[in-house]
Design a protein around this ligand. Sequence first.
Ligand code: HEM
Length: 167
Amino acid sequence: MPIPPAASFYEVVLAVHIMAVVVAFGVIFAYPIMFAVGVRHDPRGLPLVHRVEYTIERMLINPGLLLVLVAGIYLASEGHYWSDFFVQWGLGAVIVIGALVGAVMIPTAKRAEEIAARDVAAAAGNEGEIEMSAEYRALVRRLSSVGALLSLLVLVTILFMALNLGA
Ligand code: HEM
């Protein structure tokens, strides 16, 4: 049986870069399902859904994004890729994702948690379905559209990285 060559440190860092991408961004593709299940099956659980959402962003997405960046910087330096388009795109993507998560997703999810709790409390005692307020629905629309933009940005960035675009 042929002995496989030892993996280079570069390859290990490349694997770490890809692992960080999966760990940090995988969850954002599940967000629409989380919201849909919350709205359809138990609106009383919506405040918790939003708390889970911004906690994931703080504890998983932000640190994962940092690891993607640090590993990417090593790869770009070792592989002499700095002048390639895909690296510049990757840097731009990290900045845009970090800004959208920190300045839009986290504060909007916190607000949505508060408003959902208020709407649920206002409906306490109602036997029928809970009617979420227009304010809550507007917040969820913002979370959904920015979430979709983030998902698209991640997919396009993976494509550009895999193609080594500009190399
Ligand atoms: C959202 C951000 C990013 C995503 C989703 C991402 C994704 C990926 C993926 C999936 C690969 C593997 C492609 C392959 O081996 O064919 C890769 C490779 C790579 N990435 Fe990123 N990346 C991101 C950010 C960055 C940043 C910020 C940098 C540089 C500062 C960077 C530099 C590189 C380099 C140099 C490679 C290796 C190319 C090679 O050896 O062929 N990436 N990236």
